[in-house]
Design a protein around this ligand. Structure first.
Ligand SMILES: C[S@@+](CC[C@H](N)C(=O)[O-])C[C@H]1O[C@@H](n2cnc3c(N)ncnc32)[C@H](O)[C@@H]1O
Length: 193
């Protein structure tokens, strides 16, 4: 990123903090969003190893974790660059879980994972950094592990990083719809080739 991009990136981080503080993202816990989280959890269950370790990049305040009540997992790490969202997630005291405030652009997990999730987060990563972030996270995905991506609506400029990536094989891809025509998500599951 050049200096101007870095400035905008910093501003965006402040905006996320402000929005989490004001409660704007409480809406992610609504019934309308539930199908998306359940689809991600059921993909982890179906395609991932049993009792998986899970890394959630751009985890917000931990809604995915909240929706995992039927999934046995060994460890959950949520990472988000918004300190406010991470503080909110920590207060929920999820079992076997940790939350870290860190920027995906620089973050390297200290261990590998069975499932790595970008749940409504990949498109927020600056275009010049998307490939770097994806490549770095793939280094921390176990051989039998799965990478799961959820993107609102069409995900223009994002899906090619996964669908046209020679390092990845698509295992499943679906569209999660709601009663609102324009509120839908596409979700893909990938394994390393
Ligand atoms: C729409 S929210 C989704 C939150 C959560 N994944 C969910 O679906 O409940 C997008 C999240 O991505 C985070 N985010 C955006 N850019 C990021 C970056 N470079 N590093 C880490 N987190 C980032 C934001 O702070 C925000 O919490």
């Amino acid at each position: 990123m050049n200096l101007i991009d870095k400035f905008h990136h910093w501003r965006r981080k402040l905006r996320w903090n402000k929005q989490y503080k004001s409660g704007r993202w409480e809406s992610l816990q609504s019934e309308k969003e539930i199908g998306r989280y359940h689809q991600i959890v059921s993909y982890i269950d179906e395609f991932g190893p049993k009792n998986p370790s899970i890394l959630d990049i751009g985890c917000g305040d931990g809604v995915l974790n909240l929706r995992m009540d039927n999934l046995d997992y060994s460890y959950f790490l949520g990472v988000d660059f918004s300190k406010v969202s991470i503080e909110k997630a920590k207060k929920k005291n999820f079992p076997k879980s940790e939350f870290i405030a860190a920027d995906a652009i620089h973050f390297s997990p200290g261990r590998s994972f069975d499932a790595i999730v970008f749940n409504e987060a990949f498109y927020y990563i600056h275009d010049s950094e998307k490939q770097n972030v994806l490549d770095r996270m793939l280094e921390y995905l176990n051989e039998e592990g799965v990478m799961i991506i959820s993107i609102y609506r069409e995900g223009t400029g994002c899906w090619e990083y996964f669908k046209e990536n020679p390092k990845l094989r698509e295992l499943a891809f679906t569209k999660v719809t709601t009663d609102e025509e324009l509120r839908y998500w596409k979700i893909g599951v990938y394994k390393k080739t």
